[in-house]
Design a protein around this ligand. Structure first.
Ligand SMILES: Cc1cc2nc3c(=O)[nH]c(=O)nc-3n(C[C@H](O)[C@H](O)[C@H](O)COP(=O)(O)OP(=O)(O)OC[C@H]3O[C@@H](n4cnc5c(N)ncnc54)[C@H](O)[C@@H]3O)c2cc1C
Length: 370
């Protein structure tokens, strides 16, 4: 077992870190946070710098971790124009890949993934948006809630109900829906607690005509495609958590040091630093282990859910403790933003409760841990 990463990955880590330190200025971070502005200019710069290398998932993981260690909100904003791309990559026809994936991979378009509805996000099988086949197209009606890139994306991978099966999840299908299709409307949601540089919207679909060829894969397989996607994307959310935990810990240590030698040598402060650093290392081991299974085409959903749940919790823990040990200095600026931004990690791509249910159900089936 070798825990050292290949030299090429350390070089990539340094490249991303240098990019974030130079480009994620405090002014941009603050402006996007207070003004709830999407950093389009940064997105273009990050794309041009080649930070998201889809030929190597380890590089993507490292990119997300390092960008989020400087600012989670900006880090997520510039790494999610591709959100949902894996569904198209794995299950889309050549036609769909060429039409919808190529522009995203070349930085010309932004996409999103629309699953959650106003009635709830955890119960994916319970979604109500309906797609009815009429001749050479489907007609979509319904609404989606809390959709990242909702008001800026060119198109979405969208989950809708195509039939009423006894097992609800058997009646779902995925479609590509363009934001310019007639009857499609996005309402930007404002006032989020954190990740305010990311765009979030409610989507309304009112008799939206979607060409038949925009059905992804087979009808009735949508639930399976989305779960496959979550087993990939949860690794990247865990990477967001690692970045946030590391960023908050390192920043709070430097703030505490500046508060004086006598302050940082207090036992209570040192206990907090030790606990944050230990949890961070544990979260990173778990995330990299789950990632190595996935990236070697042998996904382990139990480990993936553990990594997502634990890295998210670690991010929240470290941001809270960072504010605590820096007192008044932590209540303003970067640490305060880290704390607000971290909470979403326990919610999106499956709440911590949902991850724990997956872990327990799998372990009960498998008879425990190996
Ligand atoms: C900023 C932001 C961006 C988002 N981006 C996207 C996006 O791009 N695409 C998308 O599709 N969705 C997106 N979401 C939605 C997100 O995935 C959902 O918020 C999440 O899945 C939880 O769903 P919910 O908020 O409807 O909560 P609910 O599912 O209603 O859950 C409420 C609470 O009940 C708990 N709970 C639910 N079911 C169970 C159960 N069976 N057992 C125990 N506890 C349970 C949950 O853990 C939670 O604490 C985003 C959300 C936010 C806030």
């Amino acid at each position: 077992m070798d825990f050292a990463m290949d030299e090429k990955y350390e070089e990539h880590r340094k490249k991303v870190r240098d990019f974030a330190k130079k480009e994620f200025t405090e002014k941009i971070a603050e402006d996007c946070d207070t003004g709830e502005k999407y950093p389009e200019e940064l997105r273009r710069k990050a794309f041009e710098a080649g930070l998201m290398d889809f030929t190597d998932p380890w590089k993507i993981l490292i990119t997300i971790e390092e960008l989020c260690s400087v600012d989670e909100s900006l880090g997520v904003a510039v790494t999610t124009p591709y959100f949902g791309a894996e569904v198209l990559m794995l299950f889309g026809s050549d036609y769909l890949k060429e039409k919808y994936l190529t522009p995203v991979n070349t930085g010309k378009a932004i996409m999103g993934l629309a699953v959650t509805e106003p009635g709830g996000g955890s119960d994916v099988a319970g979604i109500k948006t309906r797609a009815t086949l009429e001749g050479d197209h489907y007609v979509l009606n319904g609404s989606k809630m809390f959709i990242t890139n909702g008001s800026i994306a060119n198109h979405f991978v969208l989950l809708a109900r195509t039939s009423d099966e006894e097992k609800k999840h058997h009646g779902l299908s995925c479609f590509v829906v363009e934001s310019t299709f007639e009857g499609f409307k996005a309402n930007k949601l404002k006032g989020k607690m954190g990740v305010r540089a990311t765009d979030t919207a409610e989507l309304q679909l009112n008799n939206v005509k979607v060409p038949k060829e925009n059905l992804i894969g087979e009808p009735g397989k949508g639930f399976y495609y989305i779960m496959t996607f979550f087993n990939i994307s949860r690794i990247y959310v865990a990477a967001q958590g690692l970045g946030v935990a590391k960023g908050a810990l390192n920043l709070s240590m430097s703030v505490a040091k500046n508060m004086g030698e006598s302050y940082v040598s207090q036992e209570s402060v040192q206990f907090e630093i030790s606990e944050m650093a230990t949890r961070f290392e544990a979260a990173r081991l778990l995330t990299y282990k789950a990632a190595s299974f996935l990236f070697n085409f042998n996904p382990n959903p139990t480990l993936t859910s553990m990594a997502k749940f634990y890295a998210a919790e670690t991010a929240v823990f470290c941001t809270e403790r960072s504010v605590e040990i820096t007192g008044m200095n932590g209540v303003f600026g970067q640490l305060e933003r880290f704390l607000r931004d971290a909470k979403i990690l326990e919610i999106w791509e499956g709440t911590s409760e949902v991850e724990k249910l997956i872990i327990a159900r799998n372990l009960i089936k498998e008879g425990g841990v190996s």
